[in-house]
Design a protein around this ligand. Structure first.
Ligand SMILES: CC(C)(COP(=O)(O)OP(=O)(O)OC[C@H]1O[C@@H](n2cnc3c(N)ncnc32)[C@H](O)[C@@H]1OP(=O)(O)O)[C@@H](O)C(=O)NCCC(=O)NCCS
Length: 191
């Protein structure tokens, strides 16, 4: 429990006290209810699990299916409008903002929701759809619609989401002056 306070303080500069986190962070309440609902789901008490999950949704605006698996250090900021599907898998230290959907495309059976790897951040309003994988330390931009895997350390932005490599790789891909074609070098020397 006390670890969770540190998780919130690390990722939300607006958090001022543990009491405030305990009383005013719906992500904490949703996670608490989910741990109980998931316990019942694992023991095949499906209806009780769904009832707890529905009560949690009513209280927090965050809908987490009891079957979803969620790792340690999970942080939901704001929370309202989040939907996490039954076969979603969330690693450790993942952050979600409000309005995120970890959903299905409607085309898959069985495992049909995303896997979010450790330390990934999913921006507000992003829709991550299908049994795809968001890599470790990956970032999904606000309002992106992600339909394909996002590699580790990369970002994904836009609709449909495009992959942006991490800054060091971006620099490698940029054309250095010496590699520019001759006419471009000539124009540069004139300007
Ligand atoms: C995507 C994000 C994580 C930044 O990732 P990054 O790898 O550091 O990306 P950069 O800031 O270097 O931007 C790379 C490109 O993506 C664009 N971009 C960034 N965020 C974008 C978004 N949400 N949608 C569309 N394009 C976006 C930038 O304009 C930039 O484009 P350019 O190369 O043509 O200039 C961040 O912009 C974001 O959306 N964070 C979500 C945070 C959030 O939800 N906050 C809610 C608080 S209540």
């Amino acid at each position: 429990m006390f670890k969770y306070f540190d998780v919130v303080r690390e990722r939300d500069p607006a958090a001022r006290s543990n009491l405030e986190i305990l009383l005013c962070y719906p992500g904490l309440h949703a996670l608490f209810f989910h741990r109980i609902a998931h316990f019942f789901h694992r023991h095949r008490w499906f209806l009780i699990a769904r009832l707890i999950s529905n009560f949690s949704r009513f209280m927090t605006g965050i809908e987490v299916h009891p079957g979803a698996t969620i790792g340690k250090g999970f942080f939901i900021d704001h929370g309202m409008g989040i939907v996490i599907g039954e076969t979603a898998e969330i690693g450790d230290n993942v952050t979600l903002f409000h309005g995120v959907t970890l959903g299905g495309t409607g085309k898959d059976q069985g495992k049909r929701h995303p896997t979010v790897s450790d330390n990934a951040v999913i921006g507000t309003g992003a829709k991550v759809l299908g049994p795809i994988t968001i890599g470790a330390y990956a970032k999904v931009g606000a309002n992106a619609v992600v339909l394909k895997d996002v590699p580790d350390h990369c970002s994904a932005v836009g609709i449909p989401a495009k992959i942006i490599p991490p800054p060091e790789e971006k620099a490698e891909h940029q054309i250095k002056p010496a590699q520019e074609p001759k006419p471009v070098q000539k124009i540069r020397s004139v300007v």
